[in-house]
Design a binder for this molecule. Structure first.
Ligand code: 3H9
Length: 701
């Protein structure tokens, strides 16, 4: 049973018990109906309390249930109407996270009592939805349309004290259930008149109407690709109408959003982000290694960004470098970043001091011998990293973990260099490492289970979105980025301009096209990675391969930092540069690439994205990623892929795998198929023939 009715001191208590978060599923709704039937028959019970077992009150509707074609909020809305219409007092006893449908359940009650520390909110907007069980109608009637609009549009949460001040709850107490029972008893004793939000009328107010209309216009302007933004304003506007009319408007807006591609994508990512922590073959009960102090070797941009993650999480951190000047610069930059955060009110001055007190610097690496985990963050050069790993293997305590921060190099070979590969893992941070959410945790062939589990727990502690990857060139993200960049460069050599290539994918919602992205990250960084890859024998033996990035690098065009790369720069503004075109023409002539007068947007999008999807399929097939959705998390969290498209593999499913495979075959014919660039992966073919989805595909075991 997920819902039960209990009798306590002459009152009824309906308890929802649906772990882990008491999500309101179809079963819960049906059983709430049965519990209400039972309560209505028990006329001797003077009042009703609605509470939840476990760590939280209902944290929302069951998100997985929204995918059912026949989903409708109507049954739950009917339950809410029945609760509100009760003649005897109904009080919600709230704790934990009162979110979405859980908040709507609380609003249908006549009174609300919250435990200290309870949080309230409508996070539906993050799922591309609006509250679909009358939250857009009851909350404005309780706190006014403007605060309601702010809360629903932003998805932000309020703590219990703020909820009390806003009139959302009647009381905040240490024990919500006891407090709700006490309030129910009091209302029975005093024959208190019961407040039913659906009958409240919001007084007509012209100024308010104008402000709401302006909010709708702003939502259209600012978030054109997010239909939830404007729908939320429309629904809140409808709260000024009689309740039944508002209810109908909310229902139709909710249904349109629920079935929208944006919401389906965001719901996919909701579960995808939570799946990355589940690692096949790794027991949940595995004992973690203890981490009390962290070492970071290398005080450059990556090293100091990485160190900040640990300082932010309260972990004592030793930053080690062979150069005193590098250490001094790192400390001063870290301090100024914290002070800037304090100036913006994000952290307190005390917090700045506390974090800086955790930071220790050392010139010699001997200081790393005491650390529980050491991240090497030296320059991305295999020979150098190999030497560093050898040294760390000898230096670090036998139970210490050695992590290598590499974006492309062979973690297995680096692990072998330590002489203790079981203790080694890759931690691929993204730059700037203290800002970017994504962390690829690279599991070597011999990485011990407890090492992987400990590093994943550390990733959670430092607030990262962590995804486990196997060992291959570039891991999940950069391996896919490689084919994306390959096609971007071929398109430029064939006659497209950087602006045209960037605009085509930016129109899909990519934060930045490939040319602007590489200009920002550094053409030199990109080119050196390609050169390093060539040295390892990994590159196709084809001089035209990524010829442009190498040529730009050789001509000193290193991107934004040198004022020119694919574009030329005035400040941060990217402007077309005839020099890039000249280099592209010259390379095309040298490598026998035919220039074309016009390349259309469809071709640009398909040539950039479809090889990437195909590479994703290969990554999955080879067991580099545990599941398709992990790949979507990597690209949305680390590469600016638009969340409202769910990631490259979810997008492939939306397009249809058959269509993707056919277009890859088309380009194989149209462009020739050197080095199997366009050969479809067997997994993509198989899923396409079987009509299955790749974004929900698990790694074949
Ligand atoms: C809604 O309510 C629409 C209504 O207006 C209309 C209704 C008709 N559904 O995050 P965690 C699972 S929209 C299904 O790791 P935490 C989650 O997948 C909803 N499952 O824990 C995970 O499963 P697993 C509005 C859910 O302690 C497990 O619970 N509400 C739901 O870090 C633990 O989750 C929201 O958007 C759900 N609603 O954080 C709230 N919620 O263990 C979404 C969680 O198998 N939830 N799960 O991986 C949250 O923000 C966090 O889960 C919460 C706890 C803060 C509650």
């Amino acid at each position: 049973m997920k819902v039960r009715l209990e009798a306590r001191s002459g009152l009824g208590v309906i308890v929802i018990d649906h772990p882990p978060v008491n999500a309101i599923s179809a079963d819960v709704v049906a059983q709430l109906g049965q519990a209400l039937d039972a309560w209505e028959a028990r006329t001797e019970l003077a009042a009703l309390v609605i509470a939840c077992d476990g760590r939280t009150f209902a944290a929302g509707g069951d998100i997985a249930g929204f995918d059912r074609p026949d989903f409708s909020p109507a049954p739950f809305n009917g339950i809410l109407a029945r609760i509100e219409a009760q003649a005897r007092p109904v009080v919600a006893a709230l704790h934990g996270s009162v979110l979405g449908g859980g908040f709507e359940l609380a609003l249908a009650c006549h009174g609300r009592v919250a435990a200290d520390g309870t949080r309230f909110g409508f996070p539906e907007v993050q799922l591309g939805l609006l509250p679909g069980s009358l939250g857009t109608q009851r909350l404005p009637r309780l706190v006014g349309p403007e605060l309601a609009l702010d809360l629903i549009s932003s998805g932000r949460t309020l703590g219990s004290a703020a909820a009390l001040a806003a009139g959302i709850v009647d009381r905040v107490v240490p024990d919500a259930l006891a407090g709700a029972i006490a309030l129910g008893e009091e209302w029975v004793r005093t024959h208190c008149s019961l407040r039913r939000l659906s009958v409240v009328r919001i007084a007509p107010d012209e100024k308010l109407s104008r402000r709401l209309e302006a909010a709708a216009a702003e939502a259209c302007d600012r978030q054109p690709s997010n239909p939830a933004a404007v729908a939320i304003v429309r629904a809140v506007q409808a709260s000024l109408l009689p309740f039944a009319e508002g209810e109908a408007i909310e229902a139709s807006l909710f249904e349109a959003l629920r079935t929208s591609p944006q919401s389906q994508s965001l719901r996919h990512l909701f579960f995808a982000r939570r799946s990355t922590w589940k690692i096949p073959g790794l027991s949940r009960d595995i004992r973690h290694r203890e981490l009390h102090s962290i070492g970071v070797l290398g005080a450059g941009t990556m090293g100091r960004g990485i160190a900040m993650n640990f300082l932010n999480a309260g972990l004592p951190t030793r930053l080690v470098d062979a150069s005193q000047a590098a250490l001094d610069t790192a400390v001063s930059i870290i301090r100024s970043l914290y002070e800037a955060s304090a100036a913006k009110g994000r952290i307190s001055g005390t917090e700045v001091a506390a974090r800086m007190a955790l930071l220790h610097t050392d010139l010699g690496d001997a200081a790393l011998a005491d650390c529980d985990l050491v991240v090497e963050a030296v320059y991305e050069d295999f020979a150098l990293k190999q030497r560093v790993c050898e040294r760390l293997g000898a230096l670090c305590r036998p139970d210490a973990i050695i992590a290598t921060n590499t974006s492309t190099l062979d973690v297995d070979r680096l692990a072998a260099a330590t002489g203790r590969p079981r203790d080694v893992v890759g931690m691929h941070f993204f730059s700037p490492a203290h800002v970017m959410k994504l962390l690829e945790v690279v599991r070597g062939r011999e990485t011990a289970h407890d090492v992987l589990a400990t590093v994943m727990a550390l990733a959670r502690r430092i607030g990262k979105t962590a995804v486990v990857s196997g060992v291959c060139y570039g891991f999940i993200g950069n391996r896919m980025a490689e084919v994306y960049m390959r096609e971007a460069e071929f398109l430029l050599m064939e006659g497209a301009s950087p602006a045209q290539v960037d605009a085509a994918v930016e129109a899909l919602g990519m934060a930045m096209g490939p040319c602007r992205m590489l200009d920002l990250a550094g053409v030199d960084v990109g080119a050196r990675t390609v050169i390093e890859y060539a040295k390892s024998g990994g590159l196709p033996p084809d001089a035209s391969y990524r010829a442009l990035v190498r040529a730009l690098y050789e001509s000193g065009r290193h991107g934004q930092k040198t004022g020119a790369g694919y574009y030329r720069y005035e400040g941060r503004t990217a402007l077309p540069d005839p020099e890039t075109e000249r280099i592209s023409i010259e390379l095309a002539a040298r490598h026998g690439i035919a220039r074309r007068p016009a390349i259309d947007e469809r071709e640009i999008v398909e040539r950039l994205l479809y090889p990437m999807i195909n590479e994703g399929a290969k990554i999955l097939e080879e067991g580099i990623a545990c599941r398709g959705s992990d790949i979507d998390v990597v690209w949305t969290a680390g590469y600016g892929f638009p969340a409202q498209r769910g990631g490259p593999l979810f997008m492939a499913d939306s397009i249809g795998l058959h269509e993707v495979a056919q277009r890859l075959q088309h380009y194989a014919k149209a462009r020739g198929n050197p080095h199997g660039y366009w050969t479809t992966s067997p997994l993509l073919d198989k899923l396409s023939v079987e009509g299955r989805r790749i974004s929900s595909c698990e790694r074949p075991r």
